[in-house]
Design a protein around this ligand. Structure first.
Ligand code: RET
Length: 275
């Protein structure tokens, strides 16, 4: 249904913004976006409520970032729904499709939302500041090179080169989450909740490059813009709202553990209060 947007062959611009009414006309696509606007709105209200009694400095920092996760999400999804950050792109020679709908705004706004997730995890585990900075920098690199992969229309090879570079940045993030941060979390006395959130994060985040690779912008094994979008939207629901909910619930119930972790006292062996 999107071929008409590009018009006839010839001097086409590489990226044509998608009109909001075309998005609304594709039920699968628009439902994948509206569901997230609604859930992000509910999550923001819920998180504001859940953190109302949190007083400690570190616990409040974690609360603020968890609150901003759905707030960034609302802006991101409204950008897509309005047609501002979504477009039809002419695909380079060799790509299975002539043109594809790109939700490039997703990759851009991930550069804001994913550092919030990592900051929350890093503070929970009480990781070294330089370590956190390095991981957040790698994460932003991952999102921006992912954006470049999506927007490259001149060469199929270059799309996949950007994809590969993005995967290398992603590997840095995964390495920290799987091997380094658990050690800090152990010393901070937060290892139980940290391992739950880490497992959720690692498994779900791996889903994003898979959706990119099999979706319309990659190998186009899935040729539907709506299905590809649902892939990201479903991952977002779990990786953002469910993740932030579990984290905030634990922080609200175990504020003293979070605060003593920040004091550098090291509370290894401390038993966090039961949920
Ligand atoms: C891309 C494509 C290029 C290769 C890789 C990717 C990874 C994306 C990830 C996104 C996570 C997003 C989250 C958003 C929450 O708001 C850019 C898809 C490795 C891991 C958690």
């Amino acid at each position: 249904m999107f071929e008409a947007v590009l018009g006839g062959e010839g001097a086409l611009p590489a990226l044509v913004p998608l009109q909001a009414d075309l998005i609304q006309g594709d039920q699968l696509l628009s439902s994948s976006l509206w569901v997230n606007v609604a859930l992000a709105g509910l999550a923001a209200l819920l998180f504001a409520y859940m953190g109302r009694n949190v007083r400690g400095d570190r616990a409040r920092m974690i609360w603020v970032v968890t609150l901003f996760i759905p707030l960034v999400s609302i802006s991101s999804y409204l950008g897509l729904l309005s047609g501002v950050t979504i477009g039809v792109l002419e695909m380079p020679a060799g790509h299975p499709l002539d043109e594809a709908v790109s939700q490039w705004g997703r990759y851009l706004t991930w550069a804001f939302s994913t550092p919030l997730i990592l900051a929350a995890l890093g503070w929970l585990a009480d990781v070294d500041r330089a370590d956190l900075l390095a991981v957040v920098a790698a994460d932003i690199g991952m999102c921006l090179t992912g954006l470049a992969a999506a927007l490259t229309t001149s060469s199929l090879l270059m799309r996949w080169v950007f994809y590969a570079v993005s995967c290398v940045f992603f590997a840095v993030v995964l390495y920290a989450l799987v091997f380094k941060w658990p050690v800090s979390a152990e010393a901070a006395g937060t290892s139980e909740i940290f391992s739950t959130l880490r497992a959720l994060t690692v498994v779900l985040w791996l889903g994003y490059p898979i959706v990119w690779a099999v979706g319309i912008e990659g190998l186009a094994l899935v040729e539907s813009a709506g299905l590809t979008s649902w892939g990201y939207s479903a991952l977002d629901i779990l990786a953002k709202y469910v993740f932030a909910f579990l984290l905030l619930r634990w922080v609200a119930d175990n504020e003293s553990v979070v605060e003593s972790a920040g004091s550098g006292a090291g509370t290894a062996g401390a038993t966090p209060a039961d949920d």
